[in-house]
Design a protein around this ligand. Structure first.
Ligand code: SF4
Length: 182
């Protein structure tokens, strides 16, 4: 803006008056984070743990940027972290349980409680049917190889801790994996 103003003054001195090249709409425009509240947070995606600035207006997140004061990322975010706003506000995000029954050819909407109860029941039945206290050599193993777990990158440390505790210590599942890298 300052450069344009001094350029206009220079041109005006040598050529005469020139029209303002900045449109009225542009001169009224401002950053979408102006007057927003800002909260320091951490990127939810990977173990690098980049710091983020989360901007909110009226309780709604309007922007998420890298935190320039963080010694980890110094204001930067990788493309995935820079798209965190889309994790929060995404018109394509599923907000209801979709269930396709065996041999079904379409998805049906079901209540979340129904889905949670069904998942818990099937996990318990499978675990009980395939639980091994000892292996073929008689060595105690207390495990089931019939169930595995694959986690996603938005799981945070605390969620992974609870998943490992429930699935391995509680149910005896040993195949537990999680994507937590760039
Ligand atoms: S996903 Fe990208 S922005 Fe997020 S913590 Fe990892 S490296 Fe940083």
């Amino acid at each position: 803006m300052i450069l344009i103003r001094s350029l206009r003054q220079t041109v005006k001195r040598h050529v005469g008056a020139v029209p303002n090249p900045i449109s009225r709409a542009t001169s009224k425009a401002h950053a979408r984070i102006r007057d927003a509240d800002v909260t320091v947070s951490v990127c939810p995606y990977c173990a690098v743990g980049c710091s983020q600035l989360v901007y909110t207006k009226d309780g709604r997140i309007v922007d998420i940027e890298g935190n320039g004061e963080s010694p980890i990322n110094a204001g930067t975010l990788c493309p995935k972290g820079a798209a965190t706003l889309g994790l929060v506000h995404n018109p394509h995000r599923l907000t209801k349980v979709h269930y396709r029954p065996p041999y079904g050819d379409r998805w049906e909407e079901r209540p979340l409680d129904w889905a949670m109860e069904r998942i818990a029941r099937l996990a318990k039945e499978t675990r009980d049917a395939a639980y091994e206290e000892r292996d073929a050599d008689g060595t105690p193993v207390n495990r089931t190889l019939a169930i595995g777990h694959l986690g996603g990158a938005t799981l945070d440390n605390e969620e992974n801790y609870l998943i490992k505790k429930l699935f391995t210590a509680g149910l005896g599942i040993v195949a537990v994996e999680n994507q937590a890298r760039i």
